[in-house]
Ligand binder design. Structure first.
Ligand code: ZN
Ligand code: ZN
Length: 381
């Protein structure tokens, strides 16, 4: 299989030159060069460093979009492999190099079989996935302005699935990932004379407890949701009650209505805590990336395609949902599609994304390639 060799070399090359989100300059150039060589019409600098390649296959067939991501992480690589990162402090620790290699291999396959395929392939190489800004930036800059694809498939390697398997689950599989910052306003004073103050630390601790209680009592437990605090800041001395405390946290939900409930809960929890101690609060809530919701119809179509073209591959269809954020969600709000997970877990290896010793096994490239070429054959034949 010439594409497998090409993918392996491409993966190792990309792995050596990782670039941080919104700085994927070398990567975008490399990808654009490969797509051009394969006969794709290429647009670069879309919404930043985003690249998209389009290959018209003739006929009036469907438009299929395949999406991968290009950015790396601020991680110092510790794998010791011969093709380790040459950029100090930056590493492809999330396997986006493998996603690009898989999609380029698929593009090579399509270019070679152009004569017998129909429709249009749109290959999206998205920047800035780790900071979840790339997808929206590409869409805002008109990625689908001329024509919307009929289907979109995004890929991500998944170390909690064994190599050689695929993960494909209908419905929400990642979360609305939001952040908030609440400030409690009181009146400072001496620690020995709390009755002369309005204690902002008391407000903050009560606010945290209230929020946990409401998150557990007021949101439908049939749907995953969680709330965590990551910052609590206030005060300068052990015996001085501060006038102000700032608390920050994150909310994860999988449904719009739960997100709305959580915002209402936070206001109620913090308001009650502030008023109990005679103070006030202000909540800044920043909605982040929406949940990835895999289309049931597309899941059914892909399940049929995989059963016909790669029946030996195990497909995991349950238990894949997590409360991470993934910006493939923005495309899936416009086009029916899925985030397809490609098993990259190995016994005895580091199986954690973002870990300084995480590497994507070669078999993952092969499985991803088989899956994507099957999808192309399924939709564009
Ligand atoms: Zn990541
Ligand atoms: Zn990733």
């Amino acid at each position: 299989m010439p594409d497998l060799q090409y993918m392996r070399e491409t993966y190792e090359r990309l792995h050596q030159y990782p670039e941080l989100s919104e700085h994927e300059f070398w990567t975008a150039d490399f990808v654009a060069g490969e797509l051009t060589r394969l006969g794709f019409t290429v647009r670069t600098n879309l919404g930043g460093t985003g690249v998209v390649g389009v290959l018209e296959l003739g006929g009036s067939g469907r438009i299929l979009a395949l999406r991968c991501d290009m950015d790396a992480l601020p991680v110092q690589e510790d794998t010791g492999v011969s093709y380790a990162s040459k950029n100090p402090g930056v590493m492809h620790a999330c396997g986006h190099d493998s996603h690009m290699a898989t999609l380029l291999g698929t593009c090579a396959h399509v270019a070679r079989h152009k004569q017998r395929l129909n429709g249009t392939l749109v290959a999206i190489f998205q920047h800035a996935e780790e900071i979840v800004t790339g997808a929206k930036a590409m869409l805002d800059q008109g990625l689908f302005a001329e024509r919307k694809p009929d289907r979109l498939v995004g890929i991500h390697n998944w170390p909690s699935l064994p190599v050689g398997s695929l993960g494909l689950q209908a419905g929400p599989i990642t979360a609305f990932a939001d952040r908030f910052k609440v400030t409690f306003f009181g009146q400072g004073g001496h620690g020995a004379l709390p009755h002369q103050t309005r204690d902002s630390i008391a407000m903050a601790t009560a606010g945290v407890q209230n929020a946990f209680a409401l998150a557990q009592r007021r949101v439908n437990a049939s749907f995953p949701q969680t709330l965590s605090f990551g910052v609590i800041q206030g005060g300068t001395s052990f015996n001085v009650i501060p006038s102000q405390v700032v608390v920050e946290g994150t909310v994860r939900t999988v449904r719009l209505e739960d997100q709305e409930t959580m915002i209402a809960n936070l206001n109620q929890a913090f308001g009650a805590a502030a008023h109990l101690h005679g103070g006030d609060y202000s909540l800044e809530y920043r909605k982040g990336v929406p949940a990835v919701v895999n289309s049931t119809k597309v899941v059914e179509e892909l399940t049929e395609i995989f059963a016909a073209k790669m029946p030996e591959t195990p497909i995991v269809s349950q238990g894949l949902a997590s409360l991470i954020g993934e910006d493939v969600a923005y495309y899936l709000q416009e086009v029916p599609g899925v985030l397809l997970l490609i098993g990259s877990g190995q016994e005895g290896a580091v199986n954690d994304l973002h870990h300084p010793r995480f590497l994507v096994p070669g078999e993952t490239l092969a499985t991803g390639y088989k899956a994507l070429t099957s999808i192309v054959e399924g939709y564009l034949s």
